[in-house]
Design a protein around this ligand. Structure first.
Ligand SMILES: [Zn+2]
Length: 591
C-alpha cells in the first residue's frame, strides 16, 4: 500500500458491499424499533429514564459509526467508482430514514425539559448536563411536529432548491482565459486555481472573467438571496427569535455579547490588517495591492516542494515540540494509515478530517502536492485529529459534537505550531517571508474578510426591516460598503468584485444564516491562546489539552473562563489581534 494512502478496512468487519448494505438496513430497522419503544413515552420519563434514552441513542450512533464513515470516505476517495457511488447513495438514504424515525425524540425531550427544567440539574444526568442545557434553550423556539415537518418539506423546494441552483450554475458554466497565448475554456473549479498563480496578469484576468460572468446573472443571485433572507426573517418570527442572528447563537453555543465584543475588536483592529496589506505590497514591489494580489504568493517565494516523508517529519516534530503525547498521536495517524494524501483522479477536492470515535482517532483526506500550503493543510487537519484523540478519550459520543467556534481550535493552533517549526528551520529571509505571509494571508481572510461578510449579512436584514427592496445593485452596494469598511484604501478592486457575494455557497445553504462569525471567533481565539502559550511556555500545555478534551461538554465562554478570560470583553479578542501584529513585526524585520 502506498504510504500516502489510507486503509479504510479498519473501519468495518468486512468490506464486502453486500454485507455493508445489510448493516445499513439493520441501522434503519434498529432506529425504527427504538422509535416504537419511545413513541408517546418520552413525556413520562424520569431522570433515570432520560439517562437510558440518551445512552441508547449514543450506543446506536456508535454501533453503526464504522459502516457509515466507511461508505462516506470510500466515496470521497473515488467519486467515480461504481461501488463507492452505490454505497454512498445507500448510506445517505439509510441515514435520512433513521433520522426521520427518531426526529420526534428531540422535540419530545425538549418539551419534557420545558415542563421539568430541574432534570438538567439531576446528578444522574451530569454527563449530559451541557447538552441538556442547550436543548432547554432551544425548546421555546421549536414548533409543533406538524409545523416542523412542513418547514422541512417547504425547504426542499425552497431554500434547498436555491442552493442546488447555485451549485449547478457554478459547476456547469465554462470560463475563458488566455494562458500563454492560448485561449482556454475552463470549468469553475479550474479557473479559480489561477487566483493564486505567480503571474499577476493571469490572476487579474481570471478574477475579471469569473466575477464578470457571475454579474451577468445578477437577477438569479438577487432573487435567491432576497428569498432566502425573507424566508429567514419569517421563520425567525414564527420561532419567536428576537433577531435574525439568534438562531445561529443557539447553534454556536454563544451569547450576543460575545459576538458583539469580537466584532468590536475587528472594527478597531482593521488598522492592523491594513498595515499588513501595505507591507505585503512592499514585498511584492507594488505601490498598492489589487484584489487579485491579496492572497497571491510572493514573487520571490522559494520554489521548494516537500516530499511526503519530509512533511511527516516536520509536522510530527512541530506537534511533539508542544507535547510528546500529542506528537505520538500525530505520528500514529501516519503509522496506522489514516491519511490519504495521494493525488488521484476522482478524489474530492479540498481537505477534511473525519473523527472516528470508536477508534479514538480520525481519518484525513487531502491532495498533497508538496507545496507550502499543502504542508499547512496537513498540519491543520492533524490538529482536528488531535482534537478527536483528546475528546474521544475524555467524553461520551454526544459530547463530541463540537460547535463551529470550538471545532477549529486544534487545527488553527496546529498551523501556528507548524509556523514556529518552519521559522526555526528557515534558511533565509525569503523563506521566513513566505511562511509569515502564509500565516497572515490566512489570518486576514478568516478574521477580516469573513467579518466583512458578517457586517454585509446584517445590512441585508437591516434593509429588509426598514422596508427596503434587495435588488442586485442594492445588494452589491451593501457588499462593497461592508468590504471597504474593512479594507479602507489598502486595496484596489476590480469593478466586477461587487459581485463577490454571488459565489459564496454558504449564503444559499438552509439553516446557515450568519455562518461567518465562528471563523472569526476561532481565528482570534486561537491567536490569543497561542500568545498565552508564548508567554507562559510549558505551563500552558495542560490547559490547551484540557480545552480540546472538553469536546462540547462545556460552552466556549465557560472554557475561556478557565484561562481567566471573559469572551464578552473586547480586551480578550484584542490579544488575538496583538499576536497577528507580532507576526507583522517579524515580517517587517526581514525587509
Ligand atoms: Zn478545519
Amino acid at each position: 500500500m502506498s504510504e500516502a494512502k489510507w486503509d479504510l478496512g479498519q473501519l468495518v468487519e468486512s468490506t464486502d458491499p453486500e454485507r455493508i448494505m445489510k448493516e445499513l438496513d439493520k441501522m434503519v430497522d434498529t432506529s425504527a424499533r427504538l422509535a416504537e419503544r419511545y413513541r408517546d413515552k418520552v413525556s413520562e420519563l424520569d431522570a433515570k429514564g432520560v439517562l437510558e434514552l440518551l445512552e441508547t441513542m449514543d450506543t446506536l450512533a456508535l454501533r453503526y459509526e464504522g459502516v457509515v464513515i466507511y461508505c462516506q470516505l470510500l466515496y470521497s476517495a473515488d467519486t467515480t467508482d461504481p461501488v463507492a457511488k452505490q454505497l454512498n447513495d445507500a448510506v445517505l438514504k439509510a441515514s435520512t430514514k433513521a433520522r426521520q424515525h427518531l426526529a420526534f425524540v428531540d422535540i419530545d425531550l425538549s418539551r419534557l425539559l420545558q415542563s421539568f427544567p430541574h432534570l438538567v440539574e439531576e446528578p444522574t444526568l451530569s454527563e449530559f448536563k451541557h447538552a441538556l442545557e442547550r436543548q432547554l434553550l432551544r425548546a421555546p423556539h421549536l414548533l409543533s411536529e406538524t409545523e416542523e415537518r412542513l418547514i422541512m418539506t417547504k425547504d426542499q423546494n425552497g431554500i434547498h432548491a436555491w442552493s442546488q441552483l447555485q451549485r449547478e450554475w457554478l459547476s456547469t458554466r465554462s470560463f475563458t482565459l488566455e494562458v500563454e497565448g492560448e485561449s482556454k475554456t475552463l470549468p469553475y473549479g479550474q479557473i479559480i486555481g489561477y487566483y493564486s498563480n505567480p503571474d499577476r496578469e493571469l490572476r487579474r484576468s481570471a478574477n475579471q472573467e469569473v466575477y464578470g460572468k457571475l454579474g451577468q446573472d445578477e437577477t438569479i443571485w438577487s432573487s435567491a438571496l432576497r428569498a432566502i433572507c425573507d424566508d429567514h426573517v419569517q421563520t425567525s418570527t414564527w420561532r419567536r427569535f428576537g433577531s435574525p442572528l439568534d438562531h445561529s447563537l443557539l447553534v454556536n453555543d454563544l451569547e450576543r455579547k460575545h459576538v458583539d465584543a469580537l466584532m468590536a475588536a475587528i472594527r478597531n483592529g482593521t488598522g492592523v490588517y491594513r498595515r499588513y496589506l501595505w507591507t505585503k505590497a512592499r514585498l511584492m514591489g507594488l505601490p498598492k495591492l489589487a484584489n487579485w494580489d491579496i492572497v497571491a504568493p510572493l514573487p520571490n517565494a522559494p520554489d521548494e516542494t516537500h516530499s511526503w516523508s519530509e512533511a511527516r517529519r516536520i509536522i510530527v516534530s512541530a506537534y511533539a515540540g508542544f507535547d510528546p503525547q500529542i506528537g505520538r498521536w500525530v505520528e500514529d495517524m501516519y503509522k496506522s494509515h489514516r491519511l490519504d494524501g495521494e493525488v488521484r483522479k476522482g478524489k474530492v477536492s479540498g481537505a477534511f478530517c473525519q473523527d472516528w470515535y470508536n477508534g479514538k482517532s480520525a481519518f484525513i483526506l487531502q491532495s498533497f502536492n508538496g507545496r507550502l500550503d499543502d504542508l499547512y493543510t496537513q498540519a491543520h487537519e492533524q490538529g482536528h485529529a488531535v482534537h478527536a484523540y483528546l475528546s474521544s478519550r475524555a467524553q461520551r459520543p454526544s459530547n463530541c459534537a463540537l460547535s463551529m467556534c470550538i471545532a477549529e481550535c486544534g487545527s488553527i493552533f496546529g498551523e501556528l505550531l507548524l509556523t514556529d517549526k518552519l521559522l526555526s528551520e528557515a534558511k533565509g529571509d525569503e523563506e521566513r517571508q513566505a511562511v509569515l505571509c502564509q500565516v497572515l494571508d490566512g489570518f486576514g481572510m478568516a478574521a477580516f474578510q469573513v467579518s466583512a461578510r458578517y457586517f454585509f449579512e446584517w445590512s441585508l436584514y437591516d434593509t429588509l426591516s426598514e422596508g427596503g427592496f434587495l435588488d442586485a445593485e442594492r445588494i452589491a452596494s451593501l457588499w462593497t460598503k461592508a468590504r471597504d469598511d474593512i479594507y479602507g484604501d489598502a486595496v484596489d478592486w476590480l469593478p466586477e468584485m461587487k459581485w463577490e457575494w454571488t459565489m459564496k455557497m454558504h449564503y444559499y445553504i438552509a439553516g446557515l444564516r450568519f455562518y461567518n462569525y465562528p471563523y472569526v471567533f476561532a481565528q482570534l481565539f486561537v491567536f490569543a491562546l497561542y500568545r498565552l502559550y508564548k508567554e507562559q511556555g510549558p505551563a500552558f500545555v495542560p490547559k490547551v489539552k484540557a480545552l480540546l478534551s472538553a469536546g462540547s461538554s462545556r460552552s466556549a465562554a465557560d472554557l475561556a473562563m478557565e484561562f481567566g478570560f471573559d469572551l464578552s470583553e473586547e480586551a480578550f479578542w484584542q490579544k488575538g489581534i496583538a499576536q497577528a501584529e507580532e507576526f507583522i513585526d517579524q515580517l517587517e524585520r526581514t525587509i
